[in-house]
Ligand binder design. Structure first.
Ligand SMILES: CC(C)=CCC/C(C)=C/CC/C(C)=C/CC/C(C)=C/[C@@H]1[C@@H](COP(=O)(O)OP(=O)(O)O)[C@]1(C)CC/C=C(\C)CC/C=C(\C)CCC=C(C)C
Ligand code: MN
Length: 395
């Protein structure tokens, strides 16, 4: 989908790279609650390569793997100092990691202002790491959605992936990669979600229709659910959280999916003008709609009904995510909750536009944005324990 949310990293920065998996809709039926420290690495690999596995099951495997990595780090009581100002060598040129992170922070501040403000509440180590992840995600999306997108071939994405492997192995290629390389050496971040995001971009190059929600779910995981799996190991789970690591990752994943579904519903018209329909074909047909109806862009009762069910589904994912936010470390809750509230409001705006997402862009105004911030802040102060007692009526 076309880049809308934020301005992008300059094409030059992206093209430096061009010169050269696996993974869950959140049906609660599939989620098994494991004790907080019981996600054993032996659970991680699914030895059965079952082609009939649903997308949700495939994604679930990645959650288990990421949760296991976090548990492992907790068990080994990682006493790595997170604020070492490590010197990094990038292609012979020494850079201080501080400079590399500062550059990431500048990109964030420029392209995602509200989000950048939110990160300022985090501890400096976490903030810098989130900036580095943000920049990598933005550059990756930029490859397929940015000004050079028409030159991007699967082999350019192969080269981007090779650079990803290099940076995970401590051999970053440029400043931005140097920051991420440092981040992944300090936090229990797995490479899989990063590879999966590239897979999503690959999918976007060749696929413009989604047979059913299972297919669409996998795409949403690739391009957005992955962001959640990359970010939570950095944001951290609250020490007083009683939730299982796995359930927190489930909630995080739900936020990625909800955001991407919302993105898709907002951008229906714009995507259609590029010949793309990110909507489940079977559900369109069940509502008596075809690709032609989407291309014609006429708001009919059939369209309104179809949109209502799509919006309902996105809201279910937001609800699932909301339950997990208070399990995050205190300082990470606010930016996450603020982004959740703001993104969810886009759905309200689509309704307010009478479901005309063909020619009207659903947009959350400045006043609403500003109002969401203190609301999110107040709610983020509720500790997981208080919430638990509160829900039992003891608070
Ligand atoms: C327990 C719990 C709820 C934890 C929270 C977990 C968490 C931090 C989830 C983050 C969810 C999130 C922000 C997902 C990103 C979704 C998204 C907007 C994806 C976009 C993909 C492609 O979009 P498309 O091309 O269709 O549309 P555009 O027109 O291009 O917009 C992306 C553009 C992929 C690239 C993603 C980013 C640049 C965002 C990266 C953000 C972070 C690393 C920070 C996440 C942290 C916070 C505080 C939200
Ligand atoms: Mn994009």
């Amino acid at each position: 989908m076309a880049t809308q949310m934020m301005r992008v990293v300059s094409p030059a920065e992206v093209s430096v790279v061009v010169g050269h998996s696996r993974l869950s809709p959140m049906g609660s039926s599939r989620r098994k609650s494991v004790g907080k420290c019981s996600v054993a690495p032996s659970l991680v690999a699914n030895p059965v390569k079952d082609v009939a596995m649903s997308s949700e099951q495939k994604v679930y495997d990645v959650i288990l793997k990421q949760a296991a990595l976090v548990e492992q780090q907790l068990r080994s009581k990682s006493n790595v100092s997170l604020d070492v100002n490590l010197e990094l060598v990038i292609q012979g040129a020494p850079y201080l990691s501080k400079d590399a992170y500062d550059r990431c922070g500048q990109v964030c501040a420029e392209y995602a202002k509200t989000f950048y403000l939110g990160t300022l509440l985090m501890t400096p180590e976490r903030r810098k790491a989130i900036w580095a992840i943000y920049v990598w995600c933005r550059r990756t999306d930029e490859l397929v959605d940015g000004p050079n997108a028409s030159y991007i071939t699967p082999s350019a994405l192969d080269r981007w992936e090779a650079k990803l492997e290099d940076l995970f192995a401590g051999r970053p290629y440029d400043m931005f990669d140097a920051a991420l390389s440092d981040t992944v050496s300090k936090f229990p971040v797995d490479i899989q979600p990063f590879k999966d995001m590239i897979k999503g971009m690959r999918m976007d190059l060749k696929k413009s229709r989604y047979k059913n929600f299972d297919e669409l779910y996998l795409y949403c995981y690739y391009v957005a659910g992955t962001v959640a799996l990359m970010s939570v190991p950095v944001m951290g789970i609250a020490p007083d959280s009683q939730a299982t690591t796995e359930s927190v990752y489930d909630a995080a994943l739900a936020l990625g999916i909800a955001n991407q579904l919302t993105n898709i519903l907002r951008d229906v018209g714009e995507d259609a003008r590029r010949g793309r329909i990110y909507l489940p074909q079977d559900e369109l047909a069940q509502s008596g709609l075809s690709d032609e109806d989407v291309f014609n862009g006429k708001v009919t009762d059939k369209w309104r009904n179809f949109m209502k069910s799509q919006i309902r589904r996105a809201r279910e994912f937001f609800l699932e995510a909301e339950k997990g936010v208070t399990e995050l470390s205190l300082a990470s809750r606010w930016p996450v909750l603020a982004s959740l509230l703001l993104y969810r409001e886009i759905l309200d705006e689509i309704e307010a536009n009478d479901y005309n997402n063909f020619t009207k862009r659903a947009y959350v105004g400045k006043a609403k944005k500003i109002m969401a911030l203190p609301v999110a802040f107040g709610r983020s102060l509720v500790s997981p324990l208080r919430r638990k007692q509160g829900s039992q009526g003891n608070a």
